[in-house]
Every structure is written in structure tokens, then in C-alpha cells.
Design a protein around this ligand. Structure first.
Ligand code: NAD
Length: 257
């Protein structure tokens, strides 16, 4: 007897922003493993990115998503996609009265405005073909706040509201829109905020890890990037066609408090 194994994302083109590192890279790996044609985006060492493209059979578009023009370049070079995961993001940690205005603009530009620009450009093709998956990497900080992250928390709360709106607008089209909201995932984005958090809270590195980051996490474990990848793949399944407008926590219980 012949046995056929069908991969979940055969014949799907998936664009994942900010996928040269961390969560986005894990999502790209998970989607490629299910047969998707993956388009990577993000910065990094050219040789390392070329090696990733070889590993995943992917292409890479290095557009800077900080501006509308950069997002337009990305979407033009990518062409029509079936799956769009808006994942590129950045963080800055400082008290609000000391928060650099240029950091505010950059965080809102990348974490929020880019999500709007790529979405508005991806939707027409998805609507036309009657199938699409929009997934936005929000954060536990789309549901609850922590001090010293005013721009980040504002951007992620807004991504939640934006995603719900898009889900409602597209509800009858076969296109779903959802957020994935991780707690702390050990990636460069988290590692890089430790020095500023040490300064803002007058703490040691170990205190920041145990008393700030993992203190929020009832399981006392960092979320693994591959766990986010598996959730993203689930949202792309046919069986997830009625999952829309949801904001999926993957945070070790943080936001259930
Ligand atoms: P990361 O720093 O490992 O990766 C960020 C990615 O975005 C990289 O590929 C980088 O090159 C890319 N990028 C940065 N600036 C860009 C720009 N201007 N244009 C295009 N690409 C750009 O970070 P990560 O932790 O994997 O974070 C990914 C997403 O997950 C972000 O939206 C972040 O807010 C969210 N998130 C992370 C955590 C966490 O604990 N790490 C928790 C919740 C949510």
C-alpha cells in the first residue's frame, strides 16, 4: 500500500518579516518544514542569510520596514503571498520622561505602521483568491503593560486592535487575521534590553532575568521560538479557518493572572 504524506503548507507562499533572527526565523523554519515557499526579510550578515536561504529553499528581501516606501518595496519584490506574518519588531527601555523621541518614532514605525502597510498591500490578492492568513506577532505587552516600555506597549496594544479590525473586515472572504502574543522568548531582542533594564531598575543582570523577565512567567521558563513557529503553522491550517480576530497568548501563563 502506498502512503502519501501531505505537508500542510504545500503550494503556499509565506512572507515572514523580521525572519533573519529569533522568532521570525523559527516561524520560517516551521513553515518551510511544512512545504511553504518562504520569503525571508530582515537584516544580518550576508553570508549567514545566504546560508539560511539554502537551508530553507527560501529567498530573502532585505527591505527596511521603518518607512512606507520600504514596506512597498518588500511587497512589490515579494509579489502575491498566501501567508503574511508581520513579525519584525524592536524594543527600547526607558522611563517615559526620558524616552528618546526618535526611538518612539522608530518603534511605532516598525512595530505598528509597517504592519498596516504590508497588510494593506497583501490583502487584495488574498481577497481575490478567497484564502489568506495574516498573522501578527504582538506580545504579552499587547494585553498588559510593564513600566519603561511605553512605545513598545503602545505599539503592541495597537497591533491587537488593528488585527481585530482587519479580521472583521475580511470575515467573509476566507482570509483570517490573528495575533500571536508571546511572553519572554530568549532572542537578541530580549538579550539586548537587559543592560537598559539594569539601568532603569538599578538591578544586576541576574536580577533582571529572574526578578523581571521570569517573574512575569508562572512556568519560570522562557518561551521557545519553535513553539511560536508551531502555533503559526496551526493558524495556517484549513482547520483554523474559523480562528480569526484572536490574540493567542503563548506566555507560560503570564497574562492569565
Ligand atoms: P529579534 O531581534 O531576534 O529579530 C528581529 C527581526 O527583525 C530581525 O530579523 C531583524 O533583522 C528584523 N528587523 C529589525 N529592524 C528591521 C527593519 N527596520 N526592517 C526589517 N526588519 C527589521 O527579535 P525577536 O525577539 O525574534 O522579535 C520578533 C517579534 O517578536 C517582534 O515583533 C517582537 O516585538 C516580538 N516579541 C518578542 C518577544 C521576545 O521575548 N523575544 C516577546 C513578545 C513579542
Amino acid at each position: 500500500m502506498e502512503v502519501f504524506f501531505t505537508m500542510l503548507l504545500n503550494n503556499k507562499r509565506a512572507l515572514i518579516t523580521g525572519s533573519t533572527s529569533g522568532i521570525g526565523l523559527a516561524v520560517a523554519r516551521a513553515m518551510a518544514a511544512e512545504g511553504a515557499e518562504v520569503i525571508l526579510n530582515g537584516f544580518g550578515d550576508a553570508d549567514e542569510i545566504a546560508a539560511l536561504c539554502d537551508e530553507l529553499g527560501a529567498t530573502h528581501i532585505g527591505a527596511d520596514l521603518m518607512t512606507a516606501a520600504g514596506c512597498e518595496q518588500l511587497m512589490a519584490e515579494a509579489g502575491p503571498v498566501d501567508i503574511l506574518m508581520n513579525n519584525a519588531g524592536m524594543q527600547h527601555v526607558a522611563p517615559v520622561d526620558d524616552f528618546p523621541a526618535d526611538k518612539w518614532d522608530a518603534i511605532i514605525g516598525l512595530n505598528l505602521n509597517a504592519v498596516f502597510h504590508t497588510t494593506r498591500l497583501a490583502v487584495p490578492h488574498m481577497k481575490k483568491q478567497g484564502w489568506g492568513r495574516l498573522i501578527n506577532t504582538a506580545s504579552a505587552h499587547s494585553k498588559v503593560a510593564s513600566p519603561f516600555k511605553s512605545a513598545y506597549n503602545a505599539s503592541k496594544h495597537a497591533v491587537d486592535g488593528f488585527t481585530k479590525t482587519v479580521a472583521l473586515e475580511l470575515a467573509e472572504t476566507g482570509v483570517t487575521a490573528n495575533c500571536i502574543s508571546p511572553g519572554y522568548v530568549w532572542t537578541p531582542l530580549v538579550e539586548n534590553q537587559i543592560p537598559d533594564t539594569m539601568k532603569a531598575r538599578n538591578m544586576t543582570r541576574e536580577e533582571v532575568i529572574n526578578d523581571v523577565l521570569l517573574a512575569k512567567t508562572p512556568t519560570k521558563k522562557f518561551v521557545q521560538p519553535a513553539e511560536v513557529g508551531a502555533l503559526a503553522v496551526f493558524l495556517c491550517r484549513e482547520e483554523a479557518g474559523n480562528v480569526t480576530g484572536a490574540n493567542w497568548s503563548i506566555d507560560g501563563g503570564w497574562t492569565s493572572e
